[in-house]
Design a protein around this ligand. Structure first.
Ligand code: ISL
Ligand code: CA
Length: 473
């Protein structure tokens, strides 16, 4: 699976944003790697507060990305190259500019009031102590109706109320619309957050936000979604499931569950700040044993939310090529579907801009503001946020060593990583020992040796901190 974060992929109209036409123009590059499936990050109508994860029109394409015709052409061009394409399904929340929310917020007796989660103040303040991913509270007060609404992410991303059958059926209709357009499935954004804890009780530790996910009711929603939509098509689904263990994970992807096909867990990406071989092998073994013969995992070490793997888990200076190839060898020989995040195949690295103003990620900017407002030293806060800022992996793909790395003829929405002169696609395609050709060979090896995909996993290097000897047979 190759993840295309289109706004940083390739700009064809000089507005500084990558676009869908840019993806079409680079499809041969992706196909030549041996990619089977493309995961396209959200390009629906959106005010872009959280880079498209705040949707205001599920049936449209945001102007920066292009239009519906271009998207349909992209789907067709992908299929012509015998590849598949899945889209991002973001249905835990919408944008606060979505017409559904504007109606819901307009008055307490609006028919769509219960399409979102509204609560009265408790003792004059927020209904409970839950924190959100991006803000100190999940509750935002609305003066107009004197109630709070819940948002698990930014204030501009109100959570939908999945208890409402009307909400669920509105989402299912939208899913049919896209599946009928010929997409091959969905990557489902934080899909385990749809069900909230009954009664919204205070959390013992508000900083451990796992109370946002895996609550009673979630499996009924996903089984209904499968029965009403997914089971009608020959498609694949991958659930983004934070806070999940192998046992709970199996409840989402078990073949007998009629919910999802595969999942991403975050035991590495969210909980392993730097490389820890023993921990990594323990996590791999536990997930292998937990899903073996019943469910299918994913293998990734970076994406648009997590910094570049060669920087975070490898060595992006002296041993950049070697460590990039080592990490790729792990990912493409472990149980589960391997994901390649755009630019990983040429060993793109994280960045280090000099000022918070060079960063765009709302999660990082909100955290910076929250910490500085507590009186912490701005420089120290900035330093503490650099390594894990989501912008590390959102700098434009580096196509060549020309101005702006050949990404745009305009001003890039996000600065290009200054190392584009050495690290770019053009150099990689001209160098037989490049990371790119190594990925190409790895992908081919996996396709030619089913034992790598379906063989058993046994770790022969158990307690070795520097070695992973993992044998399939
Ligand atoms: O970035 C993270 C914290 O390390 C991830 O846990 C991530 O925020 C979380 O998994 C949810 O991510 C998804 O939903 C967000 C959106 O900002 C992310 O880009 C998306 O991948 C809200 O839609
Ligand atoms: Ca553009």
């Amino acid at each position: 699976m190759y993840q295309v974060y289109w706004r940083s992929f390739y700009d064809t109209n000089g507005d500084g944003y990558g676009d869908l036409q840019g993806v079409i123009e680079k499809l041969d590059y992706i196909a030549n790697l041996g990619v089977d499936v493309i995961w396209l990050n959200p390009c629906y109508g959106s005010p872009d507060v959280d880079n498209g994860y705040d949707i205001s029109d599920y049936y449209g394409v945001m102007e920066k990305a292009g239009d519906l015709d271009t998207l349909e052409r992209l789907i067709n061009e992908v299929h012509q190259r015998d590849m598949k394409i899945i889209m991002d399904l973001v249905v835990n929340h919408t944008s606060d500019q979505h017409p559904w929310f504007l109606e819901s917020a307009s008055s307490k007796d609006n028919p769509k009031r219960d399409w979102y989660i509204w609560k009265d103040p408790k003792d004059g303040v927020v209904p409970n102590n839950w924190r959100s991913y991006f803000t100190p509270s999940v509750w935002e007060f609305d003066d107009q109706t004197g109630q709070y609404y819940m948002h698990s992410f930014a204030v501009e991303q109100p959570d939908l109320n999945w208890e409402s059958p009307e909400v669920r059926h509105a989402i299912y209709d939208m899913m049919h619309f896209w599946l009928k357009k010929g997409i091959d499935g969905f990557r489902m954004d934080v899909i385990n957050l749809l069900a909230k804890i009954e009664g919204f009780p205070d959390a013992d530790d508000p900083y451990d936000i796992s109370y946002l996910g895996n609550n009673p009711g979630i499996h009924e929603y996903l089984q209904e979604m499968n029965e009403k939509v997914l089971s009608h098509y020959d498609v694949m689904t991958v659930g983004e499931i934070p806070f999940v263990t192998p046992e709970d994970g199996l409840l989402y992807v078990g073949e007998d569950r009629n919910e999802l096909n595969t999942l991403f867990h975050f035991e590495v990406a969210d909980n392993m700040p730097t490389w820890d071989m023993l921990r990594y092998k323990e996590i791999q073994e536990r997930w292998y044993e937990g899903l073996k013969g019943k469910g299918w995992n994913s293998q990734f070490l970076n994406n648009h939310d997590h910094t570049r793997q060669v920087t975070r888990y490898g060595n992006d200076q002296q041993y950049r090529k070697q460590s990039a190839k080592l990490l790729a060898t792990l990912l493409h020989t472990l149980p589960g579907m391997p994901y390649i995040y755009q630019g990983e195949e040429i060993g793109m690295t994280g960045v280090r801009f000099s000022s918070i103003d060079d960063y765009q990620d709302i999660a990082m900017k909100n955290k910076y503001k929250e910490e500085v407002e507590k009186g912490r030293d701005p420089e120290e806060v900035f330093e503490s946020l650099l390594l894990l800022s989501r912008d590390n992996s959102r700098t434009p793909v580096q196509w060549n060593d020309s101005h702006n790395a050949g990404f745009t003829t305009g001003t890039p929405w996000m600065k290009v990583n200054p190392n584009y002169k050495e690290i770019n696609v053009k150099e990689a395609l001209q160098n037989r020992n490049s990371i790119y050709y190594y990925y190409k060979k790895l992908i081919q090896l996996r396709k030619e040796n089913e034992v790598i995909v379906y063989g058993d996993f046994v770790d022969h290097s158990k307690n070795d901190e520097n070695l992973a000897v993992i044998k399939n047979w």
